[in-house]
Write a protein that binds this ligand. Structure first.
Ligand code: NAP
Length: 477
């Protein structure tokens, strides 16, 4: 007997609504239909914005202690229901259940930190008498909420990346409309349930499910939206930035992160961290390791150990706690990755391990001798493929690390402090991890990139800066 799949509703202006047109949400592992969500249209997006105007007025007046209490109740809710959240992440996305549990725990932290940061949205007094003729004045500036934030999010961290936008928005007294990725809208809807349960006033948060191609423009271009907080690919980000007009734009985009391994490094540590940084979340990770530059004298040893460790990764059923790596988000993505690897091999690259696809699964893959004219050498692979290169010295490693249009995070393994500082100063990235791979992040640190990796920073306190503006107050005595 077929199980009847009941559809989920979306939250607009405090009401859970459905629509005749729906979008199916499938489990990428076996294509099972999980449920459907409403396919919002332009009118729905416009209605969400109208509701958010009222929500913004309510949010701005909400005392800070109330925002803190609501955010703490949301964090408690996620903690109490952490297995439900983890199962949802692991069902609609491609993370293993262990990775999904990790994401649910991090989302609790993200919301908890948002509650803490709400009390630290400070201003400063201003010494107006620094200018002649401006004596006998006192004043200050404080930060005020910008109004309505439109949050557009990707599929790869369907809960925590939404929490990174909603938490700071609520903490700073804004209204927010979330448009989650079409492939993974369910975790965002679950988070909206948590906010409703926690007593967030109606209309402050809407989660609108629909295709970015259909409703994206309305959210991005509408003058009432004062900030578009986008996380996703460079191409989409560029399109949004072109259309947004005069409003704030936060861009958390992709990368093909480099890691440098020098001859004085602790090689075992470098191998361990780089393998985990390359293949976590099936490589669908904006700070995942894609390029490793290894100094010549330790190249062979690093390569052998890296390949041996990669071969130990257990690919399989993502819901099985002993599995290390699940499927890609779709078979289409797995095929794209297969094609990029094939292009590299056709042009002369050496496949050290992997290179095998089974449906949406793609085995962890290590390439070397990759020519620079392959797509994989300069674009973001966003899959479980890593490129090993040999370099003569640090200068060459830095030059090659920088020679791409991305700059999110980088890692360097060395015991030499001068080398570490040279890398810190010369790598064009938003974050450098010394003796860790590029894949290191905690939720409270500034996070974001340069060049094609984005604009602005997240990391709660930093997102709050982006979601508020200073207002100057001056009293003439
Ligand atoms: P994507 O294709 O760019 O989609 C991201 C979001 O944008 C989705 O919600 C999508 O909606 C929406 N969208 C698509 N077209 C749009 C348009 N014309 N106007 C407005 N919105 C539109 O990215 P993805 O494949 O989901 O995610 C992978 C990318 O995200 C990678 O490049 C990764 O590196 C990046 N990422 C960056 C960070 C970071 O913090 N820097 C973190 C995670 C991921 P639909 O789903 O309906 O198309």
């Amino acid at each position: 007997m077929m199980t009847k799949v009941t559809g989920k509703k979306m939250l607009i202006g405090g009401k859970w609504v459905d629509r005749e047109k729906t979008m199916e949400v499938h489990d990428p592992q076996d294509g099972t239909l999980i449920t459907t969500v409403p396919r919002a249209n332009v009118d729905d997006a416009l209605y969400a914005i109208e509701q958010a105007k009222e929500g913004a007025a309510v949010a701005a007046k909400m005392p800070v202690h109330e925002r803190i209490a609501i955010l703490n109740r949301v964090a408690d809710y996620i903690e109490e229901n952490k297995e439900k959240f983890a199962q949802m992440i692991a069902s609609e996305g491609s993370k293993t259940i262990n990775e999904a549990r990790g994401e649910a725990a991090r989302a609790t932290q993200t919301i908890r930190i948002s509650a803490e940061e709400a009390r630290r949205i400070n201003g400063e007094t201003i010494p107006f008498d620094q200018m002649q003729g401006s004596e006998n004045r006192v004043g200050y500036y404080y930060r005020f909420p910008i109004g309505i934030v439109a949050a557009i999010t990707p599929f790869n961290d369907p809960l925590n990346l939404v929490a990174h936008k909603v938490g700071p928005a609520i903490a700073s007294g804004n209204a927010i409309i979330v448009k989650p990725a079409t492939m993974t809208p369910l975790s965002a809807l679950l988070l909206a349930e948590a906010f409703e349960e926690a007593g967030l006033p109606d209309k402050v948060l809407s989660v609108i499910t629909g295709s970015g191609g259909e409703i994206g423009d309305t959210l991005v271009t509408h003058p009432a939206i004062r900030m578009v907080s986008f996380t996703g690919g460079l191409e989409t980000g560029e399109e949004i930035a072109r259309k947004a007009g005069v409003k704030k734009v936060g861009m958390e985009l992709g990368s093909n992160s480099p890691v440098i391994v020098l001859k004085d490094a602790d090689l075992a540590d470098a191998v361990e961290s780089s393998v985990s940084g390359s293949f976590g979340a099936v490589g669908q990770n904006c700070i995942g390791v894609q390029r490793v530059y290894i100094q010549e004298s330790v190249y062979e040893q690093f390569k052998d150990e890296f390949v041996a460790k990669t071969k130990q990764i257990k690919v399989g059923n993502k819901k099985d706690a002993s599995t290390d790596m699940g499927p890609l988000i779709s078979e289409k993505e797995a095929i794209r990755i297969e094609e990029w690897v094939q292009e590299a091999v056709d042009k002369g690259a050496t496949l050290l391990t992997g290179g095998k696809r089974e449906g949406a699964f793609y085995h962890p893959t290590v390439l070397t001798n990759v020519p620079s004219n392959c797509q994989i050498a300069h674009e973001e692979i966003f899959g479980p493929v890593v490129l090993l290169y040999t370099v003569e010295d640090l200068d060459e490693a830095i030059e090659r690390s920088n020679n791409v249009n991305y700059g999110l995070q980088a890692g360097i393994f060395t015991k030499n402090i001068d080398h570490a500082f040279a890398a810190i100063q010369q790598l064009d990235v938003g974050g450098i991890m010394v003796n860790d791979s590029s894949d290191y992040r905690i939720d409270g640190m500034p996070f974001g990139g340069v060049k094609g990796s984005g604009l602005g920073r997240e990391g709660i306190k930093f997102a709050i800066q982006e979601m508020t503006e200073p207002k100057v107050v001056q009293f003439k005595l």
